[in-house]
Design a protein around this ligand. Structure first.
Ligand code: DC
Length: 235
C-alpha cells in the first residue's frame, strides 16, 4: 500500500501492546496539542463486532471485507473521553466487552480487513494534526510520521491495570487469567503474518511499567517540544 510523502503533515504515531496505557495517554497528548485523536484498535473492534452481529465467521475474509466496505466509523473526543460511533450509534462500551477483544485479535489479522482499515486511517490523518494509536501506525499506516512512540510495559503490569479497571466497574476478574490472556494476545499480535506488532526503528521507546500516566504524557510532550526547537506543529 504505497503512501504519498506526508512529512509536512504532523502525525504522532503511538504503537505498543494491549494495556500499555496507549488509549488514555494518546487522548491526553492529543488534547494538550489540540490534535484529533484516533484509536485504531476501536476501529478493528467495531468491524469485528459488526461482523459478529451479522453472523460472519472470524475466518470469512470476504464477509469481513464486505463489512469493512459498508461500516461507517466516526469518533467524538472530549477532554474526558473518546467515543466511537458505528453507523451513527454509540458503540463505545459495546466494543470493550472481553469477547470482542478476543474476536478482534483474529479478524484484525486478515489482510483485507487491514487493507480497508489502513486506507480509512490514512484518509482520517491526511490533514495532519492527528495522534493515531494502534499496533502498526509508525510502521505501516504512517511510516513517515513526524513523531513515533512505542509504549510498552510488562505483561504483569498490564494485566494488573486491566484487572483494576474491571474491579472498579464491579466486574468479576481473576488477575492470573487476565495476565495469561494478555500474553496470548501479545503472541498473536507479534507473530501474525500481516502487519505484526513491531516497533518502528525511529520510534521513541517508553517502558510505562513504573510510570504514572502523567509521567508518560509529560515525557512525550518533552520529546515533541525538544524536536520542535527549530520548527512548529504547523499542520
Ligand atoms: O488496542 P486494542 O486492544 O483495542 O486492539 C484490539 C485488537 O486490534 C488487538 O488484537 C490488536 C488489533 N489492532 C491491530 O491489529 N492494529 C491496530 N492498528 C490496532 C489494533
Amino acid at each position: 500500500m504505497p503512501i504519498k510523502n506526508q512529512k509536512n503533515k504532523t502525525i504522532i504515531a503511538i504503537d505498543g501492546p494491549a494495556g500499555a496505557g496507549k488509549t488514555t495517554i494518546s487522548r491526553l497528548v492529543a488534547n494538550h496539542l489540540g490534535f484529533t485523536y484516533i484509536d485504531t484498535g476501536a476501529m478493528y473492534r467495531a468491524v469485528a463486532l459488526k461482523a459478529y452481529e451479522n453472523g460472519i465467521d472470524t475466518d470469512d475474509e470476504k464477509g469481513l471485507e464486505s463489512i469493512c466496505k459498508k461500516i461507517k466509523i466516526t469518533f467524538k473526543t472530549t477532554k474526558k473521553e473518546n467515543r466511537i460511533f458505528v453507523n451513527g450509534k454509540d458503540w463505545s462500551e459495546k466494543i470493550r466487552q472481553p469477547f470482542v477483544g478476543e474476536i478482534t485479535s483474529r479478524t484484525s489479522a486478515k489482510p483485507r480487513v487491514r487493507e480497508a482499515m489502513v486506507k480509512l486511517q490514512r484518509r482520517m490523518g491526511r490533514n495532519g494534526k492527528v495522534v493515531m494509536e494502534g499496533r502498526d501506525i509508525g510502521t505501516v499506516v504512517f511510516p513517515n510520521a513526524r513523531f513515533k512512540f512505542y509504549l510498552d510495559a510488562s505483561p504483569e503490569t498490564r494485566g494488573k491495570r486491566r484487572y483494576l479497571e474491571l474491579i472498579a466497574k464491579n466486574e468479576k476478574a481473576l488477575l492470573q487469567d487476565i495476565i495469561d490472556e494478555i500474553k496470548k494476545r501479545d503472541k498473536r499480535d507479534l507473530s501474525r503474518e500481516h502487519s505484526p506488532l513491531k516497533m518502528a526503528k525511529d520510534a521513541v521507546y517508553i517502558d510505562t511499567s513504573n510510570m504514572t500516566i502523567n509521567d508518560v504524557v509529560e515525557k512525550m510532550l518533552r520529546v515533541i517540544k525538544e524536536r520542535l526547537k527549530f520548527g512548529s506543529l504547523c499542520c
